[in-house]
Design a protein around this ligand. Structure first.
Ligand code: V4E
Length: 222
């Protein structure tokens, strides 16, 4: 399991030029389609748990608690507040366990032999998991001299752009060092705002799923 520490930023026509000027190396461009799943009552997302399938692989993002003791100055804690931290679980049995903690399976596994894809289908239907969001992203990725920092420029198919500065940590890894790397990179990119920037899901739900969006806003998940 790893922890993703990420700061989103508004990207514009100058972002590519700035990345070039600060010596970022382009890792290439790729395209992927994401499908996000939840129950009709939003059991997972109301717990800030995000279950997704990308390129045939399942992934669950769960919140992790910020370690305030690591933030020694006001500036550090402001910088930390700009970042999100999520545990990323990619192992399907572990994902199923986490989901089970939130949603009680309606009925037990059947004993009959089934293929992995039939088992996934059955798991989804037992847990009443339905796809609530589906969109395609074109992503340009860059790496910086700063070790372990990746910058992604995303363009979603519903006309939304966002940049992300990202560090991936092993669980229990040095969070403060990750936050410092993100802060230094934000400085190099000339990012000045002190408000969290909305991501693709935020924009998608606002436009396409007003009831879901309102529930998450009222519970301070988004
Ligand atoms: C965690 C989360 C969601 C799941 C999607 O996460 P995100 O990192 O935005 O997507 P993406 O495509 O960049 O994934 P990657 O390729 O990096 O794995 S949707 C909403 N959240 C919660 C959330 C939040 N509350 N605030 C911010 C700034 N981001 C995400």
């Amino acid at each position: 399991m790893s922890v993703e520490v990420e700061r989103k930023f508004v990207c514009n026509a100058d972002t590519l030029k700035t990345l070039e000027e600060i010596g970022a190396v382009c890792l290439g461009q790729r395209q992927f389609c994401d499908q996000y799943f939840d129950t009709p009552k939003f059991d997972l997302t109301l717990k800030d748990m995000w279950l997704r399938k990308r390129k045939g692989c399942w992934e669950l993002k769960c919140p992790t608690t910020a370690d305030k003791a690591e933030e020694t100055s006001g500036e550090q804690s402001r910088a930390a507040a700009m970042c999100s931290r999520y545990k990323e679980i990619t192992n399907l049995p572990e994902i199923q366990l986490r989901v089970k903690e939130v949603i009680k399976d309606v009925c037990e596994d059947s004993e009959t032999e089934t293929s992995p894809s039939q088992e996934e289908e059955s798991w989804m239907s037992r847990n009443n998991l339905v796809c609530f969001a589906e969109f395609t992203t074109v992503r340009k990725s860059f790496t910086l001299e700063e070790e372990g920092v990746q910058v992604d420029l995303d363009e979603a198919d519903f006309g939304f752009h966002v940049g992300e500065i990202e560090v991936l940590l092993p669980e229990g890894g040095d969070m403060q060092s990750a936050l410092n790397k993100i802060q230094r990179t934000a400085g190099k990119l000339g990012l000045t705002g002190d408000k969290r920037v909305e991501g693709k899901m935020h924009a998608y739900l606002r436009s396409n799923c007003p009831e879901h969006f309102a529930r998450l806003l009222s519970e301070h998940i988004l």
